[in-house]
Design a protein around this ligand. Structure first.
Ligand SMILES: [Zn+2]
Length: 141
């Protein structure tokens, strides 16, 4: 598949992915930035205080840790051996809260993308997921 980006854009994207601060949220931020998108961070006025908000597009992105938000993946399936009950309850509550926030955002007309920590490991796929999400027109207005 032909690369959609110039070598310069491509290297800026790769730099973004391999940057020093490798927290998942930073990586997604840098990638979106390198792709040319502008956004606001942690808008507490919106349900769930989304990590990235694209006001003109009416879209938001959450970057979720697999463990804390109970992703259905290897990492998200892990459960601490100690205090199992406590963790089960806590992580379930997180999941329910995430769902509430997504529903509330949808009601306000926002489209929501959740980027999972484990997706960061496939930069190309993540990049195309970001572009698809950000470029797609809202079907319902
Ligand atoms: Zn995951």
């Amino acid at each position: 598949m032909a690369d959609l980006f110039s070598p310069r854009q491509r290297s800026s994207i790769m730099r973004a992915v391999k940057g020093k601060d490798t927290s998942p949220e930073r990586i997604v931020r840098r990638m979106a930035h390198a792709l040319g998108y502008r956004f606001r961070l942690h808008v507490s006025a919106l349900p769930g205080c989304p990590d990235m908000v694209f006001p003109c597009r009416r879209k938001v992105i959450f970057v979720h840790g697999c463990f804390w938000h109970k992703h259905r993946c290897k990492r998200g399936d892990r459960m601490p051996v100690q205090n199992r009950e406590y963790w089960l309850k806590k992580l379930d509550a997180n999941r329910r809260r995430d769902r509430r926030h997504r529903a509330a955002l949808a009601k306000l007309g926002y489209r929501v993308l959740v980027v999972w920590e484990c997706q960061i490991r496939s930069p190309r796929r993540l990049e195309s997921a970001l572009r698809t999400f950000l470029e797609e027109e809202a079907r319902l207005r």
